[in-house]
Design a protein around this ligand. Sequence first.
Ligand code: FES
Length: 106
Amino acid sequence: MTKLTIVAFDGTRHDLDVQDGSTVMENAVRNSIPGIEAECGGACACATCHVYVDEAWTEAVGAPEPMEEDMLDFAADVQPNSRLSCQIKMGPDFDGLVVRVPERQG
Ligand code: FES
């Protein structure tokens, strides 16, 4: 089990124990965290699973792949630490990861 914290837009922290290999988006949906719509179900084709990676984790999580970067063009309020949460796969290297949900999707 790996720890993942998703901070909703209203500041509510959701501290989760998640399965390695699951994505941040899957865990957000599974735990009904508001603000992650994930309309395409994780196919990197909708940009409604946009999150901000906590500054302490941006280097470890890394930059988006080109396909994800193209989809991020459709997200609202994109910042340098923006990622699509369906493209972040949890594992031991990301134990303690913190992401924040933006005010709105798309
Ligand atoms: Fe659609 Fe992530 S769920 S791009």
